[in-house]
Design a protein. Structure first.
Length: 454
């Protein structure tokens, strides 16, 4: 609830403003069914179950500054509302979309005055990740001295989106997507509760309730909104509203997947794709691919990540892997979505089933560490370029042996590494797939060099 500044000096203690009161009576089903107590909250039993920490804090009215982090529709705002009903503090609801620095400072000054007279103020900020650094900083001194208790809600990882100084003064509670049975319980309650459809007879079989719960993807708001649409579009006869499979199918024809191309879920899902391919699981890999593409991800981004995977995780175990990945990238570039989804699927399946080797990746990382942290030694004289007479007179190229003129095409005794790194082995081949051939070749070269040194 957004209290005006004139209302602000009075404690909250269960008050509604007119808009909220009206929504609780005539608003959408999700608003009418908003829980008023912890026992009405679906899910989050790891936080609000009997004896759990958040329940104890709320029931004891010892609420400290906290951040609720979780996907949409899991109860972040709901828990803040429950706290508003149960606390003895003044409760202020801020919107990160509409509130500016001026409004924040005005409310903070009032909270400061109230705290000096023994009062408490809880400030709830929905979508706190939308506040910029200056706006977040405006809360910090008042949180530090206890003038306000801050409750923030965010769908984004607070480690990235909330100022470190502010975050360190807040307890982070991670809320989870609701489970199938929790959504089903919520839907049945909406059908039976007078605030929902309890005043009218609605016949909805269990399998259709389950279908709506599956469609909601753990989001209570989507579940209740979908249920409302279904009931309102179902036929009524003799005082009974009957929900049919056809109505449910029509109202759940397009699923909205949770995927923010600029947020954490973007990186979680690309990580899931990468790690599924690494673990040689084509079923999981193609599923995560579909999650990205059907949510609107740029196929060229996916193709670039697949190309990286081909070298990092398949590498020399299958030298065709990189060709497959690059070809898929080109196909995406030429024809785009939705046609290129099959090219990406082909590449993902191929790379999932290919033998795996990360030797190329490890080799470079080892060499990079030496290049960055060891002394920058000069290039050995034998392999320096000598384009001028002066350079030749100084010994550039002295001792160079042309490999093509040597037995086995190898100048085995010629040093190519700096003096301090002679004998260092960066490339350590596996025996996976075609890399076994490279390993045998490398073993032959090592023997040639050992014989030359001997």
């Amino acid at each position: 609830m957004q209290l005006s500044f004139e209302e602000y000096d009075a404690p909250y203690e269960g008050r509604y403003d007119d808009a909220e009161n009206e929504a609780a009576i005539t608003g959408p089903l999700a608003a009418r069914m908003r829980p008023r107590t912890l026992d009405e909250v679906a899910g989050q039993q790891h936080l609000i179950g009997p004896g759990k920490v958040l329940r104890r804090i709320i029931e004891a009215d010892q609420v400290q500054s906290m951040i609720f982090w979780g996907p949409p529709g899991v109860g972040k705002t709901t828990l803040a509302r429950v706290i508003a009903h149960q606390t003895q503090a003044t409760f202020i609801d801020f919107s990160a979309v509409t509130s500016g620095i001026k409004e924040i400072r005005e409310v903070m000054k009032r909270a400061d005055r109230l705290s000096r007279s023994g009062g408490r103020t809880i400030v709830f900020i929905d979508e706190i990740h939308r506040f910029n650094k200056a706006q977040q900083d405006a809360f910090l001194p008042f949180v530090e001295k206890g003038a306000i208790t801050l409750i923030g809600a965010t769908t984004e990882n607070p480690s990235f989106e909330v100022n470190g100084a502010l975050l360190s003064r807040c307890k982070v509670f991670v809320l989870k997507a609701l489970a199938q049975d929790e959504i089903e319980w919520l839907l049945r309650r909406a059908l039976e509760d007078p605030r929902g459809f309890g005043d009218q007879q609605v016949l909805m079989p269990d399998d259709l309730i389950s279908a709506v719960a599956t469609f909601s993807n753990g989001d209570a708001r989507i579940a209740l909104s979908t249920l409302e649409m279904i009931v309102l579009n179902s036929s009524e006869a003799d005082g009974m509203t009957t929900v049919t499979p056809e109505t449910v199918e029509q109202c759940t024809s397009q699923k909205s997947l949770l995927y923010d191309k600029l947020g954490e879920e973007h990186y979680n899902i690309i990580s899931a794709l990468h790690k599924s391919m690494r673990n040689s699981d084509p079923d999981a890999a193609v599923y995560w691919l579909a999650r990205m593409l059907e949510s609107g991800e740029d196929p060229l981004y996916v193709a670039r990540r697949i190309t990286r995977f081909a070298a990092e995780d398949v590498g020399l175990a299958d030298t065709n892997a990189l060709n497959v990945a690059v070809n898929a990238f080109q196909a995406c570039h030429f024809i785009g979505m939705p046609e290129c989804s099959v090219h990406l699927s082909e590449a993902v399946i191929y790379l999932s089933l290919a033998p795996k080797s990360n030797s190329a990746y490890l080799t470079y990382e080892h060499a990079k560490a030496d290049a960055l942290h060891s002394m920058a030694e000069p290039v050995p004289m034998a392999i320096r370029n000598a384009p001028t007479r002066l350079m030749k007179d100084l010994g550039y190229g002295s001792g160079y042996r042309y490999a093509h003129d040597e037995e086995g095409k190898v100048a085995a005794g010629m040093q190519c590494l700096p003096d301090s790194l002679v004998g260092t082995e960066y490339y350590k081949p596996t025996e996976e797939g075609r890399e076994d051939l490279f390993k045998n070749r490398l073993d032959q070269l090592k023997r040639l060099r050992e014989d030359a040194r001997g």
